[in-house]
Design a protein around this ligand. Structure first.
Ligand code: DX5
Ligand code: ZN
Length: 218
């Protein structure tokens, strides 16, 4: 079994020193940088947009995994790709024509991702999976770091793992929200390939040990 990929979220870094946050992520041996884009409409919080991502792009060689928590994400795909996103994920709840825009993300040369809020079912997802490089299952209601993992979503991770394996697809399962040293094993056992980690990563005094430990879990 492949080791899980770790994608620390820059949302929990010190915003007055984001380049330092990037440095901490790469020094710890993490795989991707997760960038949470919030518009104050789809979620009740605002973060940053393409100019900040473009500036950060110059300061890291790790893949940039951009999680769009915005309305009408289809209007912004080109801008985020040009800013340096290697992967672009948007919410199914924000985009009625998700299939078209997942294809568009791939045409732009980025990895395509669809995101499901905790209450959104995977029912019907089999029709999107062939154009999804990744499905991101939220284990918190999106908008803020530092919330607790909603345990009920664990069963959804299992069901999605089963569906992807049954269809023999390479689609990755990413899980985001409230993940820490105590629950990572359960989430990996349920079938996650990529763990997003915000507050638990940035508050850990030994980030390299954290990443190493998580990568040993199978
Ligand atoms: C929440 C974001 C998450 C957030 C996770 O809406 O999508 O990526 O940074 O932070 P933690 O790990 O603190 O829940
Ligand atoms: Zn996120």
């Amino acid at each position: 079994m492949k080791p899980v990929l770790i994608a620390p979220s820059i949302l929990s870094a010190d915003f007055s020193e984001l380049a330092g946050g990037l440095q901490q992520i790469s020094a710890a041996g993490a795989d991707w940088v997760h960038l949470d884009v919030m518009d104050g409409h789809f979620v009740p919080n605002l973060t940053f947009g393409p100019p900040v991502i473009e500036a950060l792009r110059k300061r890291s060689s790790l893949p940039f995994d951009v999680h769009l928590m915005i309305e009408q994400p289809e209007r912004w795909l080109e801008q985020y790709r040009s800013a340096g996103a290697d992967r672009i994920s948007f919410h199914l709840e924000a985009c009625p024509h998700a299939h078209r825009y997942l294809c568009r993300v791939r045409e732009l040369g980025a990895g395509s991702g669809i995101v499901l809020n905790p209450q959104t079912s995977i029912c019907g997802l089999e029709y999107l999976l062939p154009v999804c490089d990744m499905v991101l299952l939220m284990t918190v209601n999106p908008g803020f770091g530092g919330q607790s993992c909603i345990e009920a979503v664990i069963e959804k991770i299992r069901a999605l793992r089963h569906l992807i394996d049954r269809l023999h697809l390479p689609t990755l399962i990413q899980v985001d929200g409230g993940i820490d040293r105590t629950n990572a094993q359960t989430i990996i056992n349920a079938g996650a390939d990529v763990l997003v980690m915000g507050s638990a990563f940035f508050r850990d005094s030994d980030k390299s040990d954290l990443v190493r430990q998580l990568k040993h879990l199978t």
